[in-house]
Design a binder for this molecule. Sequence first.
Ligand code: HEC
Length: 381
Amino acid sequence: MESVTKHIITVAATLGVLAVGAGLFVYSGIYNSGADSPHWPVTYALMQQTRERSIEHHAKGIALPGNLDDEAVILKGAGQYAAMCTGCHLKPGMKDSEIRPGLYPQPPNLSQVRVDPKDAFWVIKHGLKMSAMPAWGMSHDDATIWSMVAFLQKLPDLTPAQYKDMVAKAPPDEDMDMGEEGGDHHHGSGEADEGGHSDNHGGSEAAASGPVGSAAGDQSHSHDQSAAAESDGHDHAAAAEAPLSLDGLKLKAVPAAEAVAESFHAALQKGDRDAVLALLAPEVTISEGGHTQSRDDYASRHLSEDIAFLKSARIKPVSLASMPMGETAMVGSETLITATLKGKPTTLRSREMLTLKRQGPQWKIMGVRWQSAPAENGHSD
Ligand code: HEC
């Protein structure tokens, strides 16, 4: 009896000493919380194991949706990934990023490893404690997260060129920075056009701008200054902006969608605002160079500028083709536009990518991307 009591006292005393010790340790501040000081190997192993088991446990009951192989879903995920994930998880052809060396634990290179779809969904939605992995579920719905998962299944097989191509074809998304591949690059000063539209934003989005070029220096229509490529010195961003790719599109693949694209062009050229707007879905996003607009923004401002500019220009269609993607379709086209800019006749090569969705018997335009650059090699940089 006595020895039992003694035991209890000894155990209690030991626990007490440990608790005080732990308290002193915390209070002393000796522990190095810096992310550049590695965990003790035991701690690290324990955290790793806890994390893996936790993901497995929580992801077990998740049901996979049936559309992970759907082309449109994968493309959507490509856009999301390019906008939000490459800084930490890299992309094909990218060796490292500015943020990666400082992260602890290191994010896996998702352009090389394929993660189980259920695990990936759970981690993307909820994030991971004590790591830099954010919980994207706070700001994205499940369908969007699944699109990222769908894309991650393809990513390790993509070459840098294929990756660029997919991202360039990804549907535009409000307030999304597409990174170097996308047409929605938010770099330089071209964005400073909120309040007080002065008709000359003085930006320089390389090789990217309105339907109609809105080329450099044109006094009447200079919201993008496309021809003044890279003058902001962001050569890594501006110069690398990939042209909208029209690869994979075929003439007459989706004739009804192509017909809508042609009506859209005709309405713009005729200056028929109502006809233009009738073809645009209410939730359409329009991206001209670095600037993505809603339908209302576009209707209230750039639409009239585009119409005015096209009136004075000579337009020569070069190609138009389409691609079906489940419920949606893409129509890409190229046009040569000749206009007088800064008193000089200038020809711009303009590319357009429309995303259309069937709504009842009609195809409506859900997304518009425009890019243009001088057609001649007048600008060497
Ligand atoms: C700020 C950096 C950061 C960003 C941005 C980020 N992640 Fe992560 N992610 C991490 C880190 C760090 C880990 C690994 C944590 C670990 O090992 O405990 C991780 C882990 C993951 C995993 C789990 C990998 C595995 O092996 O189980 C997936 C999947 C993932 N991230 C997807 C994404 C996606 C998709 C995005 C973009 C929407 C994204 N991450 C954005 C830092 C980031």
